[in-house]
Design a protein around this ligand. Structure first.
Ligand SMILES: Nc1nc2c(c(=O)[nH]1)N[C@H]1C(S)=C(S)[C@@H](COP(=O)(O)OP(=O)(O)OC[C@H]3O[C@@H](n4cnc5c(=O)[nH]c(N)nc54)[C@H](O)[C@@H]3O)O[C@H]1N2
Ligand SMILES: Nc1nc2c(c(=O)[nH]1)N[C@H]1C(S)=C(S)[C@@H](COP(=O)(O)OP(=O)(O)OC[C@H]3O[C@@H](n4cnc5c(=O)[nH]c(N)nc54)[C@H](O)[C@@H]3O)O[C@H]1N2
Ligand SMILES: [Mo]
Length: 759
């Protein structure tokens, strides 16, 4: 007998619209934001204002009156709460007690207010002065082997603090500088670099005004970069077609009501965005893209045979590309059966999508975590580049590739030297400017840091932002070892789970947020950040800091550095802290091509563009050309199909920023009230004999000996491809094995985890 599985959950409104304003209001209440914070929002993402700390989307030269979205506003209101996690709070609760609190409640306590040291006998954080904190940390660092310490960054700290942080790690003696990017777009930094020589996207905002088609893979703009919906809406209104590949039907790509347009808000109907929405299987993008390329090549062969205009841009390929013949042969030899079974899509649909590509003059490829967080994620990116190269769609107006970056300055941190890869760091400049010999060995990626943690060789951790212990794969194994470290230091704004796992010696150091005034000896300081389109902007906070004890991230980094390192006439930590303009001078001297005259250019509307070689059709690859790649697999998941096993996609809800949980709803997916859910297609539910509301356990099914399981998940019907399950990050991270990562870049493969269901 088939059970009634329940109707699939769905949101019936458009993205944006009134729902976004109501969602924002709820968070403002929960965050208990200062009422004056709304005034701060009016300055968000504008010249002379502060740049949003949520996503890395562009800040246009001609902003809207309200150049912020629902989720950017949530991030700011969350930062500007009136609640405080002060000394009395830490005196009341032991860390053992706090570990039983949910993530949501931990951050909701409020802003951290003063530096704290962990006192093991009473299992509590106790207040210390900044001076004691810096001296205590320095003493521990000096006692440790530099190779055994890791300096993590989550992508929010601005360019000035990031530059000094990378410099400090190298002066101290290692390149252990993993970044949140190592869990995110490292697949881009390595995989895209390999094929077109650029570790970042080739487009600018302007290209969105000139493209005729967008192939949009694995990114959820309604939640994660809502301000992109305005240029997408404009593009659709002028006839651009958007073809989406995503296992979930994400509302933000289906229809949008622009909250900035009074007429559309009151009487208008929403704008339909996607022209075709193809619910690809997890990791099925390689096959789907192969299908698109196969059809383009077949139509090109037919056109040439008939003496018609070529479809493939042969002139571009001859001049600029390498590897075309091998790739074309593979496309020809790959059968449609293989393409259909690996992508879960029909040949007819892929052919129709390929026709859109053929008809379009200018095509853009946009992507997010749906491509990068897979075992063969680099190959998916290579395939998207293959498609674009066929039509010469890189390096001209209206065309190119756009990875949508995560944290607001994650791209910029890499640009100014936060990297574990020595060949990407400005080692020669360090020698010249600061008179020291930087370490020569590559440092840890995030995965390598965790491996070193597990084998006991990593003994110290400094986190410039983030909630690393919660964001990583394989929680139980990692958490068991975290507290064995000799030293943990967290520079943070709010309390999170990583802070509750102190090492033998541990410090929690509170910092300013970007909307707050950063007053130093030379006056109020501006900082700079880089967006997904490689534009750099000044950002100045004007709000009174949450507490008089707070320091800026830069001042904290400089304070630790000064206490740890020997004195040196060229290492001017105090001068740099007094005037960030001097740090920008150093950035400009270190990277003159991109950052010359940075202090003058940073405040120009729309930021300054640091340029991109691939955008100019200069290919900094091994062959000196743009590379066609022949993929070695047809599905990007590391472990293939097995009876009764599913591929699990871990997602962000509309009420979260990574591990920061603003609330328990996921409005744009029509889900409410709980994050401990597993989404499943009604057909799969029926096959498994499950109904809506059943309680199940997911068990990782990669075939290794370790048991990885998460229990207490409520079965929830949802429109998904068969064989695909979805649920939330970070709750489901215990299911992801540490070794399950992109082959090339070691980005954890959080999107295609093989699992089975236990009832
Ligand atoms: N409000 C808010 N904004 C954010 C964040 C946040 O948490 N909240 N996080 C920031 C950060 S750090 C990042 S990296 C970005 C993340 O932004 P996204 O790149 O949008 O990341 P995810 O939310 O993980 O969603 C990935 C999308 O990929 C789809 N997907 C999953 N597997 C596959 C697949 O195999 N193929 C394809 N084609 N699609 C797939 C999912 O259904 C989902 O729609 O957002 C940034 N902005
Ligand atoms: N399963 C699964 N795992 C994932 C992902 C996934 O999609 N699925 N996504 C991955 C991705 S893309 C990323 S980027 C990582 C995110 O990993 P992280 O970047 O490490 O985590 P966040 O949740 O962004 O960090 C939140 C904390 O940062 C601190 N913070 C907030 N603002 C500031 C600030 O301005 N300064 C400082 N110093 N601290 C601040 C606060 O204390 C807050 O608690 O997670 C990764 N993990
Ligand atoms: Mo990210």
């Amino acid at each position: 007998m088939t059970k009634n599985t329940g109707a699939p959950k769905e949101y019936h409104g458009p993205a944006g619209g009134w729902g976004s304003l109501i969602g924002l209001g709820k968070v403002a209440l929960a965050a208990r934001a200062n009422p004056a914070a709304t005034e701060t929002l009016l300055r968000q993402n504008k010249a002379e204002g502060h740049m949003c700390t949520s996503c890395a989307w562009a800040k246009p030269a001609h902003p809207h009156p309200f150049e912020f979205c629902e989720n950017g506003a949530k991030a700011t209101l969350w930062d500007l709460t009136t609640d405080r996690a002060a000394a009395d709070f830490f005196a009341e609760y032991s860390l053992a007690e706090l570990r039983s609190w949910p993530d949501y409640e931990l951050e909701r306590v409020g802003r951290l207010t003063q530096p704290m040291r962990y006192d093991a006998p009473i299992d509590r954080y106790v207040p210390v002065s900044w001076d004691e904190a810096f001296r205590g940390i320095a003493a521990e660092l000096k006692a440790l082997d530099p190779k055994s310490v890791t300096f993590y960054t989550s992508g929010k700290a601005a360019l000035e603090a990031s530059y000094l942080y990378a410099l400090f790690a190298r002066m101290y003696g290692n390149n252990n500088l993993p970044d949140s990017s190592n869990m995110c777009h490292e697949t881009t930094s390595v995989g895209l670099k390999k094929v077109i020589g650029s570790p970042v996207g080739t487009c600018t905002l302007e290209d969105l005004h000139h493209c005729d088609a967008i192939f949009y893979f694995g990114q959820n703009p309604g939640t994660n970069s809502p301000r992109i919906l305005h240029p997408l809406q404009e593009a659709v209104r002028r006839g651009c077609k958007i073809i989406v590949f995503n296992p979930l039907r994400e509302k933000g790509l289906i229809e949008f009501t622009n909250p900035q347009e009074p007429v559309q808000m009151t009487v208008g109907s929403p704008t339909d965005l996607a022209d075709m929405y193809l619910q690809v299987r997890p990791g099925g993008d390689i096959a789907a893209l192969m299908g698109l390329c196969k059809h383009v090549l077949a139509r090109d062969a037919a056109a040439r045979a008939a003496g018609e205009r070529e479809i493939v841009d042969r002139l571009f390929i001859e001049q600029h590309c390498h590897g075309f013949d091998e790739f074309a042969q593979q496309a020809e030899e790959t059968g449609w059966d293989e393409i259909e079974s690996n992508s879960g899509l029909l040949r007819a649909d892929l052919e129709a999508a390929a026709e859109v590509y053929i008809q379009a003059e200018n095509v853009m490829g946009i992507y997010g975590m749906g491509l990068t967080q897979h075992v063969h994620g680099s190959q998916s990116i290579g395939m998207l580049v293959n498609l674009l190269l066929l039509g010469g769609n890189i390096g001209r107006q209206g065309a190119g590739i756009t990875p949508i970056r995560g944290h607001s300055n994650v791209q910029g941190q890499r640009t100014v030297g936060i990297t574990e890869k020595t060949k990407l760091a400005p080692m020669q400049k360090y020698r010249e400017l600061f008179d020291f010999k930087p370490p020569q060995e590559d440092g840890h990626t995030t995965v390598e840091f965790l491996e070193a943690l597990l084998d006991g060789s990593n003994k110290g951790f400094v986190g410039l932002g983030g909630n690393l212990a919660r964001a990583v794969p394989d929680h139980p194994r990692v958490h068991e070892k975290w507290r064995d470290m000799a030293l943990t230091v967290n520079i943070a704004t709010k309390l999170n789970r990583t802070h509750l796992m102190p090492g033998k010696s541990a410090y929690l150091l509170p910092c300013l947020v970007r909307a707050e005034e950063d007053l130093q000896r030379s006056g109020p300081q501006t900082v700079t950040i880089e967006d997904s389109f490689s534009h750099i902007y000044g950002s100045i906070g004007k709000r009174r800091p949450a507490d008089v004890h707070l320091k800026s991230e830069l001042a904290i980094v400089a304070g630790i550095a000064k206490a740890t390192l020997p004195a040196h006439p060229k290492w001017k930590w105090d001068e740099w802290t007094a005037d960030y303009g001097k740090v920008r001078d150093l950035i400009a001297e270190t990277f003159p091509d991109e950052f010359h005259d940075m202090n003058d250019r940073m405040n120009q509307p729309g930021g300054f563009y640091r340029g991109n070689a691939a955008h100019e059709r200069m290919w900094k690859t091994d062959s000196g050309k743009a590379e066609f790649t022949a993929p070695s697999v047809m599905n990007a998941c590391g472990v293939g199909d097995a009876p009764d096993h599913f591929h699990l996609v871990t997602l962000r809800s509309n009420d979260q920023f990574n591990t920061t949980i603003y609330g328990h709803d996921d409005r744009l997916r029509g889900l409410k009230g709980s994050r401990m859910i597993v989404l499943m297609s009604p057909a799969d539910m029926a096959r498994q004999g499950l109904k809506e509301g059943d309680d199940v356990t997911l068990v990782c099914d990669t075939g290794d000996d370790e048991r990885r399981a998460v229990s207490g998940l409520t079965v929830t019907p949802y429109r998904l491809p068969d064989g695909c399950l979805a649920g939330y990050f970070p709750e489901l991270n215990p299911l992801v094995p540490l070794w399950y990562h992109d082959k090339l870049s070691k980005t954890p493969a959080a999107k295609g985890v093989p699992v089975r269901i236990e009832v």
